[in-house]
Design a protein around this ligand. Sequence first.
Ligand SMILES: Nc1ncnc2c1ncn2[C@@H]1O[C@H](COP(=O)(O)OP(=O)(O)OP(=O)(O)O)[C@@H](O)[C@H]1O
Ligand SMILES: [Mg+2]
Length: 355
Amino acid sequence: MSPSERRLSAASQLAGLNFLANGVVLVDSDGRVAYMNQAAEQLFDQSLKAQLGLRFSRLFTNDFAIDSLLADVTGRAVEQKRQDISLERIAREPLNLHVLALAVEHNLGAVLLEFSEVFQRDKVVREEHMADLAAANKELVRNLAHEIKNPLGGIRGAAQLLQDELDSPNLREYTQVIIKESDRLQALVDRLLAPHRRAHVVNDVNIHEVCERVRSVLLAQYPQDLVFVRDYDASLPELKGDREQLIQVVLNLVSNAAQAMHGKGQIRLRTRVERQITIARKRHKLALVLHVQDNGPGVPAEIKERVFLPLVSGREGGSGLGLSLVQTFVQQHGGMIDFESIPGHTDFRIVMPLP
Ligand SMILES: Nc1ncnc2c1ncn2[C@@H]1O[C@H](COP(=O)(O)OP(=O)(O)OP(=O)(O)O)[C@@H](O)[C@H]1O
Ligand SMILES: [Mg+2]
């Protein structure tokens, strides 16, 4: 293969790396650039075309930082090495990054360098940890709900039979308590199991139509002092998703806002399109961003870290399932949800990939 053919086949073999948010550079045993993904091109403000075959370290005034890292890995002192690194450039801010250098057996290169921004790495680790925790929690709750569901039917049935045999109204009061509480528990258990029972149906969904539906429901519920502000981006394309689930998502968020404000206050629904967004380490060209904002008292500080976990509620009479359900549905749409909250301003943000 000629060098240019080799490069061509390299580019197509490695094209998948363009989906990564982290910068990836492949260098040969002399430290010359064999490949850069798009994120690396952006990060170093260089193009693969211009850098191909040039020593990567010469982009930086402290070239020894990269060279010594490469020497460690190509010399096989170690198979891989992680470190924080500061890369200095003429007349520009230094780049403070975390780098993973990996010795690779590839016909094109000897070392793969992956760069991530330091703060982003911490954030990703934290988010992954929270996501694992939330998933484990949901699994636990779901299993528990299953375990409760079966005997519950038996308890209720037995109480019913017993009641039919009882003549004294006083004693019947007791069986009534058993039946009523069993029904309440049954309803709770059903809600816990609900998101996993129904299939996820995919259709074209107009998010503004969803928002309008929810708005009219809430206005009927709180006709007095609830004010909606709609800040819609009309250019937003339709999204592929489950309409019923998305209605539930927006309804839960808007209901929480209305409940926190006791029906008195302002709710802003804001939509935007965003480009080149990373969700759970996956890059998307186009995404929908939906904000549900209110000017209520804010999420109570003591539950802020846990609001997405099931059964966490800061509200009298709340079951703490709303946000857990919202998170599950958003994740089923390949999206993510987060929020910011201070007294007077709470902002729940959903990001979902668009086709
Ligand atoms: N916009 C908001 N403003 C203030 N607090 C909020 C807001 N949204 C959520 N919260 C807090 O987060 C808690 C959890 O919300 P979540 O929807 O999961 O459960 P819930 O509303 O208590 O009960 P459920 O939705 O199951 O009826 C709420 O009880 C409330 O304390
Ligand atoms: Mg709720």
